[in-house]
Write a protein of this length. Sequence first.
Lengths: 139, 139
Amino acid sequence: MTLRKRKGAAVPHETARTWTITELAGEYAVTLRTLRHYEEVGLLSPERRGTARVFHQRDRIRLELILRGKRLGFTLPEIATIVNMYDEQPGEAGQLEYLLDQIEVRRAELAQRRRDIEDTLTELDEVERRCREDLSRLG
Amino acid sequence: MTLRKRKGAAVPHETARTWTITELAGEYAVTLRTLRHYEEVGLLSPERRGTARVFHQRDRIRLELILRGKRLGFTLPEIATIVNMYDEQPGEAGQLEYLLDQIEVRRAELAQRRRDIEDTLTELDEVERRCREDLSRLG
DNA sequence: TACAGTCCTGACGTTCACGTAAGCGTAAGC
DNA sequence: GCTTACGCTTACGTGAACGTCAGGACTGTA
């Protein structure tokens, strides 16, 4: 799921498949406006052929990351910092340490969210149990 | 963490503690406006003494559920359906089955979010690994 | 060549979840 | 009895994440 190429990983010579904005929107159940918006805020940067957008595999992967971030309740700027981690250039030490910091921040947030989910699931179990109890009392 | 009383669970006779809006806001790090907003949309319904709001333990519990829902990225209406599950009256069979349906829906959403979190954490690990690798190469 | 289909760029509108005054009531303390 | 603190309602403002036109270009096809 990494976007960054570590070496010159010899891409197969065939022309890679691309997608139009309508195709991508259909496949991921988002609107054209949404995809354009993600480009506006720098989350996607499809190739242009003339004025038309041409989406590559790279854009699909980023889009999947974006949608996942949305499901997790992150804002688009937050998602940007996460998504951009994946294709950061090696860079210099200060940058790398900043990146490590960011990773810790996100990790902590995600851990909290996971606890929230566990708690909620447990309580839903309890609600369901009571509910079935009441139902059987009625039947 | 249940709000519904199953029987006449003999409440201790001492007067239960209550909280003012400012106290509650301070404790949960939200604004007065936020608490009032939650009341506007029916998520909280504090007692009124004159015009002033008086919050009870029940309200604290609901507020905790609300904040957890927010961390999980649910909208306030979505949170309402979840929170209201906790203190539904036993009700009739149709209602109970509807509730069971709702529980399934939420459970599925939460399961998806949990997968999202797992995936993201795994990938953060990978990013961190690469990052440390690059750092050691520099040091 | 006419027209349907797909794409584009503005740019204003909308919903959600509050923020932010403005203006007023009331109870405590000096 | 005046100030200060806290609380209230009403109501307009705001930022994020798009929705929704309007107007225009290009492209295949009947």
